[in-house]
Design a protein around this ligand. Sequence first.
Ligand SMILES: [Fe+2]
Ligand SMILES: [Fe+2]
Length: 370
Amino acid sequence: MSDRLPHELPAAHPRATSGVKSAFDALYNWNYESEIDQLRTLYANALERQWIALRDLDWDSEIDREAFSRTFSLAGIPIQETEFWKDLPADLRWEVARRSSAFMLSNFLHGEQGALMVAAQLVNVVPHMDGKFYAATQTLDEARHVEVFAAYIRKLDEVHPIAPGLKQLLDNVLATDDWKKKAVGMQVVAEGLALYSFRDMRNQTQEPLLKKLLTYVSRDEARHTGYGVKYLSAVVPSLAPNERAELEDFAFESARLLIDSRVGNSIRQTVFKLWETAGIDMAQALGSIMKDRERIMQNLQRNGGRSMGPIRGFVIPTLNSIGLFSARIRASFDEMFEANVGRDDGRRTGAIPDLPEDLEAWVNEGYEGV
Ligand SMILES: [Fe+2]
Ligand SMILES: [Fe+2]
C-alpha cells in the first residue's frame, strides 16, 4: 500500500510558506494524579457532550432565504432593521445577506483553524496533566467547528480570505512559547469574542440549520472559555508583577488586532464594500441606519440584547475575573475605544458587567431543548 500512497495525494500540496514559525518546550508531566480538579471536571464534561456534525445536523435542508435575509446579523451593523432594507427587492436582500454572512462566517472558520492548531499546541506546552487532557478534547471540538463552518459557507457562497488583523493575532498566539500567553490570546480574547458573537448570531437568526449549528458550537466554546478562565485563575495569583503585566499586554494587543480600526481595514469597511458590490446605495443605507438609530437601539434593548459588544460585554469581564485588568491596561482599552467610537462611548468601560457564572447555562438560555 505504502508505495502507492504518493500517487493518491493531490497534485497541489499546501506551500510551506503559508506557515508561522513556532518553537516551545514540549513538557512531560510524570504525575498522573489530578492537580486542578476543575479542569478534570471540564474534561469529563467535554467527553459527555461530544456531537457529530454529519449525524446531528440536517445538511440536506435548503436554506430558508427569506428567514435568513430577515434575521442575519453582522458585527453590530443593524441594516436589516431599517425601513430601507425592508423596501429592497427580496433577491437583493438575499444577495447582500448571503455575501456578508459568508464573509463573517469565513473569518469564524479561519479563526477555528487557528484555534485547532493552538489547542493541539496546548497539549504540549501546558504543564499540568489535567490541562493536557482538556486541550485534547478541545482539539477535537475545533476540528468539528472547522468542519461545520466550511460546510455551511458552502451553502451560501465561497470562503472569503482571512481578515489581516485576525491572521496577525493567530500568528502571534501560535508563535509565542509561553502557554499562558497562548491561553490569554486564544482562550480568553479570541474564544471570548467568538463565543459572544456566535451566541448573538444564534439568537438573531431564524434560519434553522444555522441556529442549531451555532448552538452546538457555542456550547463547546463555553467550555473553551471556561478552560482559559479556570486555568489562568489558578496560576495568575502566583505570577510576578512583570509577568502579569506581560499577559495583560498580550491580551490587549490581541483585542486591538480584532477591533481597532486603526490597525487596517476594519470588518465594517469590508462589509460596506461587499454591499456596494452587491448593488446597495451606501449613502442611502447609512442614512437610513442613522435615521432609525433610536428605534433600533430601543428594540435591541427590549429584546435583551447587550449593546456593549463582545469586548466590553464579555472579554473585559473575563480578564477582570482572572485578575488581568489593572488600571494600567484599562487605560489602554479606554484610549482605543475613544479613538474608535468617540469619547462618550469610550467612558462606558467604567462599569464592568459580571461574567455569567455558568457559561454553558448562559449559552443554553432559551435553547435547552436544541
Ligand atoms: Fe471553536
Ligand atoms: Fe474554541
